[in-house]
Design a protein around this ligand. Structure first.
Ligand SMILES: Cc1cc2nc3c(=O)[nH]c(=O)nc-3n(C[C@H](O)[C@H](O)[C@H](O)COP(=O)(O)OP(=O)(O)OC[C@H]3O[C@@H](n4cnc5c(N)ncnc54)[C@H](O)[C@@H]3O)c2cc1C
Length: 505
């Protein structure tokens, strides 16, 4: 048997690979993140929406405030999406409370969402991952055996190196080498329509926008539909145009058409892409697991992609830590796919539904006509926007409401995220939870005693959180803040912890 060099090797240091390393470190487990990119890709900002749930998880790592401090658009800056005839054109309607950005101080969540370009999220996570990150190298292949995984690495210069890990998490994105290595396959389809992203600088443009701050400006001009938004409060902008092929597209013209005026534009980057609805047929080999885009891809509408991956990272991270620390059997790991694959399937479905009606479908030639023509069609277009776009901008049922009910490691009827509440100004119930399991509620109940004793027998770290104002209620809360067992659920307390850590009954 060969000695392992590292408990967990993570292939890919995008947001999900980095988050996996941070989660493992949160539990005191070392990892190595292998990533070819020396630095983050500033000119390919991709995700701008970090969900309220991801922000809660960042808060759990002590990183939520850091990310907000680095975000060029403060959460209080805007929670609106504005629908217009052009960035400088006429306003048709607007939607407020987008992406959970209005949740500051709400009982629903410990954190509101945050609009922030993906490279900034990656930088914050790179810093948190620290020495775990190995840049300039990529995973070339891997071989599993009963005791571990042998991973072949190659550097940009062509050097090779072999690393032995107890477990591997493949977070290497759409073209995952890890997925290939375990023989898993994407299933699903891709959208026929090409999309074209542009990052541009437009000095003084923001001062001319008549609609005020908004996180999205949707342009419903049939001649050039699309969407724009700000990357910072200086002059940096992003835009997406749907149905625009890369070949033959003049990005300056495209931006000016969306703006609705021949403004000064400096193109910094263009990025053609295709929306995909793909789900890996399985998430695991024996000691190798897939997370993030390596396991699933969805259209970006609703801003779910990397957020779903952060949920994967936390789920596989705490479970690997539990197994490596010796307080859970390896059978716990089989629950990863059972819990996370259905969440990805639901997310793909929701994002595909959001994609069914975009700016090209909402655009109407009469909007571009005279004032009376515009006013004639405006109510119908506004109504169509409300009808078709609500779920894209208001998706807390998906973002905060997904459950692991039906998982082999939660009691029947449980699996939901522990309902949030404020215990004192600025102090969330979540802040009191332990890094591993927590027992939350009425600790004077006999069931609490049973659970505390069983945790001691099994060596499972258990933080006791007494809530004197919740008599008779008790919840066994997992490291990821989901409820494994609750006193009102069927199943007795004596077996709740065994079930939650994957011990065969
Ligand atoms: C236009 C657009 C807008 C989007 N908006 C949002 C949004 O608002 N919110 C949201 O949540 N998501 C959004 N997404 C999706 C989001 O960008 C992805 O879901 C996210 O990047 C996935 O993260 P990841 O870490 O799984 O994969 P990636 O970000 O793809 O990272 C994979 C990493 O693996 C590395 N890698 C590749 N091969 C290897 C190898 N062989 N060995 C080692 N490393 C390797 C790569 O260099 C890369 O760093 C958007 C996407 C697009 C295209």
């Amino acid at each position: 048997m060969r000695q392992t060099d590292i408990p967990v090797l993570i292939s890919g240091g995008g947001p999900v690979g980095l988050a996996t390393a941070v989660e493992l470190a949160h539990h005191g487990v070392r990892s190595m993140v292998v990533e070819p990119r020396e630095s983050v890709s500033w000119l390919r900002p991709r995700a701008k929406t970090t969900s309220a749930r991801s922000m809660e998880l960042l808060r759990r790592w002590g990183l939520a405030e850091t990310l907000r401090a680095r975000s060029p658009l403060a959460v209080s800056w805007s929670d609106a999406a504005v629908f217009t005839t052009g960035l400088l054109g006429r306003e048709i309607t607007r939607i407020g409370g987008c992406f959970g950005l209005d949740l500051t101080g709400s009982d629903l969540a410990a954190e509101p969402g945050q609009q922030v370009p993906q490279p900034i999220v990656e930088e914050v996570l790179r810093e948190a991952a620290g020495d775990a990150l190995l840049t300039g190298w990529r995973v070339a292949g891997l071989r599993e055996d009963a005791d571990g995984v042998t991973v072949d690495l190659t550097s940009a210069a062509g050097d090779t190196r072999e690393v032995r890990a107890a477990y591997v998490v493949g977070c290497d994105g759409a073209r995952s080498v890890t997925r290939e290595a375990i023989g898993a396959r994407y299933e699903g389809r891709q959208d026929a329509r090409p999309n074209f992203n542009v990052v541009f600088r437009a000095p003084g443009l923001a001062d001319r926008v008549p609609h005020g701050p908004a996180v999205h400006y949707w342009v419903l001009n049939p001649a050039q539909p699309g969407m724009l938004g700000r990357l910072d409060l200086e002059d940096l902008w992003w835009c997406i145009a749907q149905g625009v092929p890369a070949a033959g597209t003049d990005p300056v013209r495209l931006v000016r058409n969306l703006v609705g005026a021949d403004v000064e534009v400096e193109i910094l980057a263009t990025d053609p892409w295709t929306a995909r609805m793909l789900l890996a047929d399985r998430y695991a080999g024996g000691r190798v697991f897939l997370a993030g885009d390596a396991a699933h891809q969805n259209p970006p509408y609703g801003g779910h992609g990397f957020n779903t991956g952060i949920g994967d990272a936390v789920n596989i991270g705490w479970k690997l830590a539990a197994v490596l620390s010796g307080w859970a059997p390896a059978s716990l790991l089989t629950s990863y796919e059972a819990e996370r694959r259905p969440v990805a399937a639901a997310t793909i479905e929701a994002a595909a539904a959001n994609m069914a009606t975009l700016a090209p479908e909402l655009a109407d030639p009469a909007l571009m006509g005279s004032e009376p023509e515009f006013e004639r069609v405006r109510p119908a277009v506004a109504e169509a926007v409300r009808r078709t776009k609500d779920s894209e901008f208001h998706s807390l049922d998906l973002v905060l409401g997904y459950t692991y009910d039906g998982s082999p490691v939660v009691a029947g009827g449980c699996g939901e995220r522990l309902p949030h509440r404020w215990l004192a100004p600025g102090e969330s119930l979540y802040d009191r939870l332990g890094p591993a399991f927590s027992l939350v509620g009425d600790l004077s109940s006999p069931e609490a005693k049973v659970l505390v004793e069983r945790a001691a027998e099994l060596g499972v770290p258990l933080r006791e959180v007494d809530l004197p104002d919740a008599p008779g209620t008790l919840a066994l809360v997992r490291p990821d803040q989901h409820v494994a067992w609750r006193s009102s659920a069927p199943g007795d307390a004596a077996h709740a912890l065994d079930l939650a850590v994957g011990r065969p009954s």
